[in-house]
Design a protein around this ligand. Structure first.
Ligand SMILES: [Zn+2]
Length: 988
């Protein structure tokens, strides 16, 4: 049931020996992976397919099949193929098997991705039956896709009349990828990424846009798509990956019978050659759509390096890049930022190994035009200075130490660990290098250490070589306010050019094909073609990792032994006493600033170097909790967390001690941090509009959500803005200084109050390291303040609208419901899953034209909400929210209910890993969410009926209980009169 218990190796864990035949596969290599306690088995099939199998005691089984794909043009063929492959296959001829599988599975990851020169289809799951279900769907999709003409038109490109059946209306270009790439190519970062490949490797596949250049996409033909598939998605060009504690022979049998048996060998050369060297550095000018000509520019210097499949080179550049740029005090970062030329490092700064020959890039952003020469000189002079003066040994040691943590850590954060292993292995493997070096770098690390120990100027020499390298590009990036309208004009001209010779018959065909596609999209597909799981596949229990609890001083200390790969994780959660409202509002600023400032007589630069030298990172956050049986029993806590190699665990304790007890804030550093946070939050409003609207609506119906709104909602943005920008009539830095001084006074009060809170400490480490002495932290607390319900000043009530610069809206509605232990809570969770997949997608996305729509139930906060994302509508969407009840009276069956319960159960069983499983249990238990409480919830969940869904909707999701909030570019009030709503409107 849990992956943490070490079992004796099951028969499936038997390690085959080199030369063993498994059907038509031959075991070519077997390598121990001691760092991750695993074994790598490399096999080759008669047809040429390569297969890497990693044997490891992990119940989250992973799979991936990857094809090198090297497009020769920017029609987006590789990307469009990735979409169309997932739209029906021989065995699964439904329109979207991939999306239809998601709710029929307990997968922990499902996706597909197109990179520069490869395409991959990975998944993971903890259920063996599910693994083979997904394997069958993935193999069929990649090797036997239908590649229907209609799918090509739907997701690739097509002509369409504005009125589908009227050939005299305006002709338009449409297509999912076409529209996706129009959006993707709008940001500076993605424009720069495409331009970097083109600038550094003009003769290779990297010079074209594998995602598709909007103006080139219409040149892709249906035949071109099919032949690209035939040429690339073949066993001879496939790299398979399997991972976990599983039966390799069974997996190979399935691949053999499903795929291999139906192919003949084929030779195909998709290798990428070397890029010929430049004779001298070049300059490229790049524009992106944007209006901030004062601060929207960037200048980036980039060099082509050696082969990224060379493990020595790859290791040394990874380390050097971290030495130069790894933290705010790093020797390249600090002079660049302190020069005042730009406000931050340019996008794409750092070492890049995702080209066959790697690249190193560095530059600045936040520039006005005309700074190219200045930035170029600054970068080159700084690098020359670093090479001349030498790099201090302790900085190199710090970076090697960060590298060691990255190699050892076993975590499912980001990607599931098994897929992290796949991506590390693919790096060298796809470029013809040794896949083992992606997972095991001991030889390379030893040789680097030996070179350093013998006094060689390893990194200085690399920098000197870099500075004499003629293969360099200076990329000058400027925003162009006219670009967006020029792109629209170019699109109109393209449509005109492509359609100028259309005959009446051509126009009639477009109408016919549009109507065909429309009727195809409207057809109900039969999802029973697809494999599925049953409710009996949901494990009834929850994870119960072992841990011990002791009272140490005023602190309760939980110790969780786990196979962490030699890392120790320490969390110090402090339950706070009641805080006055003004301190509540600045608490998130405190937790943001405290790990980025100084402490214990070290300034921020010294402290950040110390943190990098001994830890794998520290953080602080403010959080809110409720009791399982009482939504008004709100608890407020601050948590300081960090991780370190076990040999540095005491140093981690010392760092957390200093951050909690002796933080030091200066006016200047605090101003920098507040400005950084303000610009980050402002930039996030449009991307996270639904989340902001959801919080604002929830804050009207839930005590806990009031705090969440003040910590991370638009209310917290307003607080921050008032400090940084001040009231409009107050000018000059003097006002700002005074406001920051007042804030620093509040910070001092918070520091004092935090040490009077009640600490709950959790240590996760290997059994050998679990006895760590945490006394330096436990003795900090006086714990004399009563922890109670914090003051909750009520926020605004009634419908709330916040306006910002956006052509679309983000709508939200929220309802108060019941606490976790209430018998209706599981039904509300199932209801949210059902509405999300069966109702909202269709009504809000397909019919309403919004990018997304969702329904969610926060089981611990007791709030049910519905939202829409990038939505052209407001009134229509609120009507859809209200009509959800009527939807429940349409014919719904066991399939819809089972899928909703399966997806709900995934929320109760999140994918954990050694770093998270114990702390979730310890803090959950302390808050009352014990295994018994969670298992009771789960058993009720598995018994929910359709009648329960109708009943809870009638009780809790009624118009009188609803709270409304939205973020939009316009005042909604004239549109929503008929709904009887009146929004209070404020600017963001
Ligand atoms: Zn896409």
């Amino acid at each position: 049931m849990t992956m943490q218990i070490t079992k004796a190796a099951a028969p499936s864990m038997d390690i085959p020996s080199v030369g063993t035949q498994l059907g038509r596969y031959t075991v070519e290599r077997v390598e121990a992976l001691p760092e991750m306690q695993g074994t790598l088995v490399l096999l080759r099939h008669e047809l040429g397919a390569r297969h890497a199998h990693v044997i490891r005691e992990d119940d989250n089984l992973a799979f991936g099949v990857t094809f090198p794909t090297v497009p020769k043009d920017s029609t987006g063929v590789a990307h469009i193929l990735e979409h169309v492959a997932l739209m029906g296959s021989q065995k699964y001829p439904v329109p979207d098997p991939f999306f239809a599988m998601a709710p029929r599975s307990l997968n922990t990851f499902m996706n597909a991705m197109t990179a520069n020169d490869w395409t991959t289809y990975p998944f993971s799951t903890r259920n063996v039956q599910d693994y083979f279900n997904l394997l069958s769907v993935y193999l069929d999709a990649t090797f036997f896709p239908l590649l229907r003409y209609e799918s090509f038109r739907q997701d690739g490109h097509r002509f369409e009349f504005e009125k589908l059946d009227d050939p005299t209306s305006t002709l338009k270009l449409q297509g999912v990828v076409y529209n996706e790439m129009k959006g993707a190519m709008a940001g500076a970062g993605s424009v720069m990424w495409r331009s970097l490949g083109k600038a550094l490797y003009p003769d290779l596949t990297y010079a074209v846009n594998s995602g598709g250049e909007p103006n080139d996409i219409p040149n892709l033909t249906y035949e071109g798509l099919r032949s690209f598939h035939a040429a690339h998605y073949h066993p001879s060009n496939a790299f398979f990956f399997t991972y976990g504690n599983q039966d390799l022979a069974r997996v190979l049998d399935e691949i053999e019978s499903h795929v291999m048996a139906r192919f003949a060998p084929q030779s195909l050369d998709v290798s990428v050659p070397d890029q010929p060297d430049f004779a001298e550095p070049r300059r490229v000018d790049v524009t992106y759509p944007g209006s901030d000509v004062e601060r929207g520019g960037q200048v980036l210097l980039a060099w082509k390096l050696g082969r990224s499949s060379n493990p020595d080179l790859n290791l040394r550049w990874s380390v050097l890049s971290d030495v130069l740029l790894g933290n705010p005090a790093a020797p390249l970062t600090r002079p660049l930022i302190e020069s005042g030329t730009g406000s931050a490092l340019a996008d794409l700064t750092g070492y890049r190994d995702s080209f066959r020959e790697g690249a190193f890039a560095v530059g600045l952003k936040g520039l006005s035009a005309g700074k190219a020469a200045e930035v170029e000189k600054l970068v080159l002079d700084t690098l020359a200075g670093i090479a001349r003066d030498g790099i201090p040994a302790d900085l190199i040691a710090s970076s090697l130490h960060q590298f060691e943590i990255g190699q050892k850590e076993v975590s499912n954060s980001g990607y599931p660990y098994g897929l992290q292993v796949m991506f590390r292995l693919l790096g060298p493997w796809l470029y013809g290098g040794d896949p083992v070096t992606g997972l095991r770098l001991d030889a390379e690390l030893n040789s680097l250490r030996a070179d350093l120990d013998s006094g060689k100027r390893v990194f200085e020499t690399m920098l000197e070589d870099l500075l004499t390298l003629p293969h360099r590009v200076t990329m000058v990036v400027t925003p162009d306010p006219l670009l967006a309208s020029q792109a629209e004009q170019a699109e109109r001209e393209l449509v005109e050019r492509l359609s100028k010779d259309f005959t009446d018959e051509d126009r009639a065909r477009i109408v016919r094909e549009s109507l065909q596609l429309q009727s195809l999209q409207a057809q109900e597909s039969d999802p029973n073609v697809l494999p599925t799981l049953a409710l009996s596949d949901v494990t009834p229990g929850v994870q119960r990792p072992e841990y011990s609890v002791t009272q140490e001083g005023r602190a309760l200390v939980g110790r969780v032994p786990q196979p962490t790969g030699g890392l120790s994780y320490l969390d110090v959660q402090i339950r706070l006493p009641e805080l006055p409202a003004d301190l509540l509002d600045v608490l998130p600023l405190y937790t943001y600033a405290v790990t980025r400032s100084g402490a214990a007589r070290q300034d921020y630069a010294e402290l950040s170097r110390r943190i990098e030298a001994v830890t794998g990172g520290v953080s602080a956050s403010a959080g809110v909790g409720t009791a399982p049986d009482d939504l008004n029993a709100v608890r407020l806590a601050v948590t300081f967390s960090g991780k370190a190699l076990a040999r540095n665990a005491e140093a981690l304790v010392a760092v957390l001690h200093d951050l909690i007890s002796a933080p030091e804030f200066t006016r200047e550093r605090t101003r920098q941090l507040l400005e950084q946070r303000l610009s980050g939050m402002k930039a996030s409003v449009v991307g996270s509009g639904s989340a902001y609207a959801d919080r604002l609506a929830s804050a009207q119906v839930s005590a806990a959500a009031v705090l969440e709104e003040r910590f991370g909602g638009l209310t917290s943005l307003a607080t921050l803005k008032a400090i940084v920008e001040g009231p409009e009539d107050e000018l000059g830095a003097a006002g700002l200084d005074a406001r920051i001084d007042a804030l620093l006074g509040q910070f001092a009060q918070l520091r004092e109050l935090i040490t009077r809170g009640q600490p709950l400490i959790c240590l996760t480490a290997t059994p050998d390291d679990i006895g760590l002495d945490v006394q330096p932290i436990t003795t900090l607390f006086t714990g004399d303040a009563a922890t109670g319900r914090p003051a909750l000043a009520p926020l605004a009530t009634g419908p709330q609208a916040r306006t910002t610069d956006s052509p679309v809206a983000f709508n939200a509605i929220a309802y108060p419901t019941v606490p976790y232990t209430h018998p209706d809570s599981p039904a509300l969770l199932v209801l949210s899953r059902l509405l999300r997949s069966e109702y909202m997608l269709k009504e809000i996305r397909e019919k309403g034209g919004a990018y997304g729509g969702g329904a969610g139930f926060d089981t611990r906060g007791g709030v049910f909400s519905m939202t829409s994302y990038r939505d052209p509508h407001i009134a229509r969407t609120y009507q859809v929210f209200r009509d959800a009840r009527a939807f429940l009276d349409t014919p719904l069956g066991e399939r819809e209910l089972t899928e909703a319960i399966l997806t709900a159960s995934k929320i109760l069983d999140p994918l954990t890993s050694p770093d998270t499983v114990g702390r979730l249990r310890f803090y959950g238990d302390q808050a009352g969410f014990t295994p018994e409480v969670q298992e009771a919830f789960k058993s009720r969940l598995l018994a929910v009926t359709l009648d329960d869904l109708r009943r809870v909707m009638d009780i809790y999701l009624t118009p009188e209980r609803a709270a409304y909030a939205l973020v939009a570019g316009r005042d909604p009030n004239t549109e929503v009169e008929e709904l009887g709503l009146n929004f209070e409107v404020q600017g963001v």
